[in-house]
Design a protein around this ligand. Structure first.
Ligand SMILES: Cc1cc2nc3c(=O)[nH]c(=O)nc-3n(C[C@H](O)[C@H](O)[C@H](O)COP(=O)(O)OP(=O)(O)OC[C@H]3O[C@@H](n4cnc5c(N)ncnc54)[C@H](O)[C@@H]3O)c2cc1C
Length: 372
């Protein structure tokens, strides 16, 4: 075992993030004590992890869980930190970041199967698929985070969800300490939901995902903004659609661009609530006019959370201390510089209370909480 002190200076992080951490190596498992988590999240908020390990292989992953188990420590799995709010006091356990890498391809019938390791950056993977002219995830360009994070909440945007192209998910079962391959049906995908964030929350660590993409396939143009953008161009390429998605994201502050103050967020902070047709009718009656809505399966309606929030009195650019609402997207709560998790959750509570008081609809937050 190696144990020593190191001065760690994080790239792109304010100087006060630099601190002295203890580094330990146990049979090749790189462990760090008091590792800052804020620089590993897109919000840039939160305290340190008591222990931190970035693991590059499946056997290191097993080793990390075994190490934590022997010490009675809780373990949290971190991807790209783009859907995460870390508490100000941090996490008193082990944070494991799967850094498994590699993408391979095989062909099956008319499909190209991409086997991507969990630690691959999602946006780069999308770019790779587009460069190989494979359709199916082009509308998901510009979403931050890792490949391994995408099945967890069934990432979706601009008319596509990963559930549509995921064939299999390989995951480590923290209970049995074995690996398991899930079919798409076994993943139980729904709107921003899967087995991994619902019935089996925190039980599985995704180590690889297999996507079935369509070589030479046409891009998906289901989303109204994209249909409008290509109204005069009947056959845009995958790259053109992905570029348009990025441009729309940028205009809304939903693309990670350095020094964009609206991009210090965790993406959409609230899910769009889904209500029954009867609840929708009651709400329309109460308001005197039907609110904006989208169909969401049989006898269900999805309401835009952004509209509910604006109608409840919160405008873009709203500030509460050092946090606020993005000036370009009502659903994104941002860290305005030196925001804290306590401030962010106070803003969340103000918004959810106001929406509930006005519409009787509970808003659910989308990002995951750690250390609260
Ligand atoms: C600017 C911006 C725009 C965004 N736009 C969208 C969007 O359009 N659509 C959308 O759906 N999301 C969006 N998001 C949210 C986020 O990018 C996605 O949810 C992303 O997939 C999270 O992946 P991650 O690797 O960053 O996960 P993290 O944030 O690190 O973790 C999120 C959750 O997933 C779990 N997790 C992560 N990796 C693994 C793994 N390998 N195995 C098991 N569990 C794991 C974590 O434990 C945690 O519970 C956006 C975020 C930002 C900041």
């Amino acid at each position: 075992m190696y144990r020593g002190l190191a001065l760690v200076v994080y790239r792109n992080a304010p100087l006060w993030f630099s601190l002295t951490v203890t580094m330990t190596s146990i049979s090749g498992l790189p462990l760090e004590e008091n590792h800052p988590l804020a620089p590993l999240t897109t919000l840039g908020i939160g305290g340190p992890a008591r222990w931190f390990a970035r693991v590059g292989t499946e056997s290191q992953l097993v080793e990390a869980f075994t190490w934590a188990e022997e010490r009675g420590l809780r373990v949290f799995v971190l991807g790209g930190g783009s859907n995460l709010v870390v508490s100000d006091r941090g996490f008193d356990g082990l944070v494991v970041q799967p850094d498994l890498r590699g993408v391979t391809r095989t062909f099956q019938d008319d499909l190209c199967l991409f086997h991507a390791a969990a630690g691959e950056p999602w946006d780069a993977f999308v770019a790779q698929a587009i460069a190989l002219d494979c359709a199916g995830i082009e509308c998901l360009a510009g979403i931050p985070g890792t490949v391994g994070g995408t099945p967890v909440q069934n990432v979706g945007a601009y008319g596509q969800e990963v559930a549509e192209t995921i064939l299999r998910v390989r995951a480590f079962d923290r209970n049995s300490l074995r690996f398991h391959e899930f079919t798409a049906a076994e993943c139980q995908f729904a709107y921003r939901q899967s087995l991994f964030n619902s019935t089996a929350r925190d039980r599985f660590v995704v180590t690889a995902v297999e996507f079935a993409l369509t070589p030479g396939g046409a891009p998906t143009l289901r989303y109204a903004d994209l249909q409008r953008a290509f109204a005069d161009q009947p056959s845009p390429s995958l790259a053109q659609v992905a570029d348009k998605v990025r441009a729309i994201r940028h205009s809304k502050g939903m693309l990670l661009v350095p020094n964009d103050p609206d991009a210090r967020s965790a993406g959409s902070f609230f899910r769009n609530p889904v209500v029954s047709a009867a609840e929708f009718a009651a709400l329309a009656g109460k308001l005197g006019t039907p609110p904006p809505s989208y169909p969401a399966g049989e006898l269900q309606v999805k309401l835009p959370a952004a509209w509910l929030i604006e109608q409840a009195g919160f405008a873009r650019g709203f500030r509460l201390g050092n946090v606020g609402i993005s000036s370009r997207h009502t659903l994104a709560l941002i860290n305005c510089g030196s925001g804290t998790a306590a401030e962010l959750l106070a803003l969340r509570d103000q918004i959810t209370a106001a929406v509930f008081a006005r519409f009787g609809i509970p808003l659910e937050m989308e990002p995951v909480l750690l250390g609260f």
